[in-house]
Design a binder for this molecule. Structure first.
Ligand SMILES: Cc1cc2nc3c(=O)[nH]c(=O)nc-3n(C[C@H](O)[C@H](O)[C@H](O)COP(=O)(O)O)c2cc1C
Length: 179
């Protein structure tokens, strides 16, 4: 395995993808990463809907006015949703799974981007969550946390700049107010 630290420094949000498909074995590894992600009390309240159909990807990219365009360009998007009655830590449970998806994708050399759905509006009347659920026949009592768009990288991004790490956010031993 490659150095994990190098992997997390190299991972950046990728919003443009080539037309090349993601091999089925890579899709399986990505879904395994989602399914083994840890959850509070091992409640595993999260569900995943994979979408590869171009027309549906286009429709999903309209879930909000800004920030969802990468879905239409992706060759695969994974909708990460939860049953909130299964765990009081459902936001965290969904988020950890989404993060595992992104890290596994990076390890496979693929690009990905998190598209936030929970708490976002599509327009004045409709939430992004309701719109996505209606499109994909997802039961109304589920919550869509996010959609992870994925594909072969169609843009190059520089690795994370270590100078931008905000080390001042780390307090050693106790909280020390900053001058
Ligand atoms: C909770 C969360 C929500 C995000 N929502 C969106 C989004 O809706 N659309 C988008 O293009 N990127 C979204 N991103 C990606 C962030 O913009 C990106 O991670 C951040 O700017 C840092 O850039 P990097 O991932 O390239 O290091 C989101 C990331 C997180 C963790």
């Amino acid at each position: 395995m490659e150095n994990f630290h190098e992997l997390i420094m190299r991972r950046r949000s990728i919003r443009k993808y080539t037309e090349e498909e993601i091999p089925a074995e890579d899709v399986k590894l990505i879904l395994e990463a989602a399914l083994v992600a840890p959850t509070s009390k091992n409640s595993r309240p999260r569900y995943f809907v994979t979408v590869e159909d171009k027309k549906m990807l286009e429709e999903l990219s309209k879930c909000k006015e800004f920030g969802a365009g990468s879905i239409a360009k992706s060759s695969l998007s994974i909708v990460v949703l939860v049953d909130p009655t299964m765990s009081e830590a459902w936001v965290e449970d969904a988020s950890v799974a989404a993060t595992f998806i992104q890290l596994q994708a990076e390890a496979l050399g693929l690009g990905s981007c998190w598209v936030q759905v929970r708490g976002r509006m599509r327009n004045d009347e409709e939430s992004a969550d309701d719109y996505v659920k209606a499109l994909l026949n997802i039961p109304a009592d589920m919550v869509v946390e996010c959609i992870i768009s994925l594909g072969q990288k169609g843009e190059e991004r520089k690795p994370f700049n270590p100078e931008k790490m905000l080390w001042e956010r780390v307090h050693i031993g106790e909280w020390r107010p900053q001058e």
